[in-house]
Design a protein around this ligand. Structure first.
Ligand SMILES: *Cc1c(COP(=O)(O)O)cnc(C)c1O
Length: 421
């Protein structure tokens, strides 16, 4: 029994699928204490969009630390925060014509979601928040109440209330239009749903199984919410920061949410940081009404500012869109040539392979790990193999990972055939 199994709580999760002890990492590669190297197709669930320990962020971070740059300020003003806010406005918001105020909540995604939900309820004076089937928004009670997964919900131990789940696009099959359902519920006084404060949505449901909303669906959702005076919250914690190509995942749809949550890859370096964007007129917070000790983690502001250099031109965005085409066609080719019943879907550099046989994804993930590739599963049964490489991954590494997936799938399928015979 290792020290983790001996002393770390049973709640530990990912280490069960990837039981190596990691010691260093660079770019798309991780190394364990035995000297084994692993190609990372997981990227910290979307924290490491720019890869592990990017030089470009490490250098300013190290300079900041060696120069005794202030590390902690609660939410007092700091030079590091000032620089981040200025650059975020100039590089991200202004060129996109977006007018948002910035709130720094505690440094986790779930804290950003809690802030967004509180704010929407405060602004509207309403309690209900509409969420979608298979949504994932975090583990604290408010965020958990808008999360679909029943196993995670049960962990709350108390009722999770003041929410109403409606079907995400495609949840009821291609024939049923889930937004018409939502609209009917909103318009009919007999529907049983009281006027909601907000609708919270992921443009691509990542944990929920890589379910991709179309631009048309998102545009209609924006229309429906606007028409009914409901705030639209886009949770871009996992698929923002370039994961789908553009900085924000909603840019391709041309919509402007009322509130946006960001975290995961925001600091660019894996340092904890979260952000809530709100239309200025929604900023009805009283001073300190939502606070938290770690809202001023200056090293994260330093790397987050440096990460914005990737957004000074369209190089990264263009490369993600090119890689996307390659990943999609490779995966499609793989399932066709191996004759396995599966659906491939994704956007940018988040892709899912949903196998008809729900056992397959976990087996393929395990076979990949044996071959030095770290790749997760998603979806309620873990039935979707989820590709989440760093955006900056070299083409040959991307290809290597795709080859390993294909080889692993064929090994798993061969073992299934042998077992059946
Ligand atoms: C990861 C995630 C969260 C929660 O972030 P934490 O930092 O784990 O609290 C919320 N929403 C989405 C879409 C996420 O992917």
């Amino acid at each position: 029994m290792n020290i983790f199994e001996q002393y770390e709580s049973e709640v530990r999760g990912y280490c069960r699928d990837f039981p190596a002890v990691f010691s260093s990492a660079k770019g798309a590669w991780m190394t364990d204490t035995e000297g084994e190297r692993y190609l990372d197709f997981f990227a910290g669930a979307g924290v490491l969009n720019y890869g592990h320990n990017p030089e470009h962020m490490k250098q300013p971070l190290v300079r900041y630390l060696l120069g005794d740059g202030i590390t902690h300020t609660l939410d007092m003003y700091s030079e590091a925060k000032e620089q981040f806010i200025r650059r975020f406005q100039e590089i991200i918001l202004k060129p996109r014509g977006l007018d948002y105020k910035l709130q720094f909540p505690g440094p986790t995604g779930t804290n950003a979601v809690e802030s967004a939900l509180k704010l929407a309820r405060k602004v509207t004076g309403r309690q209900t928040v509409v969420n979608f089937t298979n949504a994932f928004h975090g583990m604290t009670l408010g965020a958990l109440a808008v999360t679909g997964n029943s196993h995670k919900r049960a962990g709350a131990g108390v009722p999770l209330t003041n929410t109403a789940a409606v079907p995400f696009e495609g949840y009821l099959g291609d024939e049923t239009d889930s937004l018409s359902y939502l609209e009917a519920m909103l318009e009919d006084d007999g529907s049983g749903i009281s006027a909601p404060a907000a609708v919270i949505v992921e443009t691509v449901q990542a944990e929920g199984g890589v379910n991709v909303a179309t631009n048309e669906w998102l545009q209609r959702l924006r229309e429906v919410t606007r028409k009914h005076g409901i705030l639209l919250i886009v949770d871009d914690i996992q698929v923002g920061c370039g994961r789908t190509g553009a900085f924000f995942s909603f840019e391709d749809a041309g919509i402007v949410p009322d509130i946006v949550t960001l975290s995961k890859s925001l600091s660019g370096y894996g340092l904890p940081m979260a952000l809530v964007l709100m239309r200025p007129e929604l900023d009805v917070w009283e001073p300190g009404e939502h606070n938290g000790t770690f809202r001023g983690h200056c090293p994260a502001f330093v790397t987050a500012s440096a990460a914005l250099d990737y957004w000074l031109n369209s190089e990264l965005e263009d490369s993600v869109r090119l890689k996307a085409e390659h990943v999609q066609s490779s995966l499609q080719e793989m399932i066709e040539s191996q004759g396995v019943k599966a659906v491939v879907r994704g956007r940018g550099l988040i892709w899912g392979v949903e196998f008809e046989d729900h056992e397959l994804a976990a087996k393929v993930s395990a076979a990949c790990f044996e071959r030095g590739l770290i790749i997760e599963t998603a979806g309620i049964d873990g039935h979707v193999l989820k590709l989440l490489p760093s955006l900056t991954i070299e083409l040959q590494d991307l290809q290597h990972g795709l080859n390993v997936i294909s080889e692993s799938l064929s090994v798993v399928l061969a073992a299934e055939t042998a077992a059946a015979a």
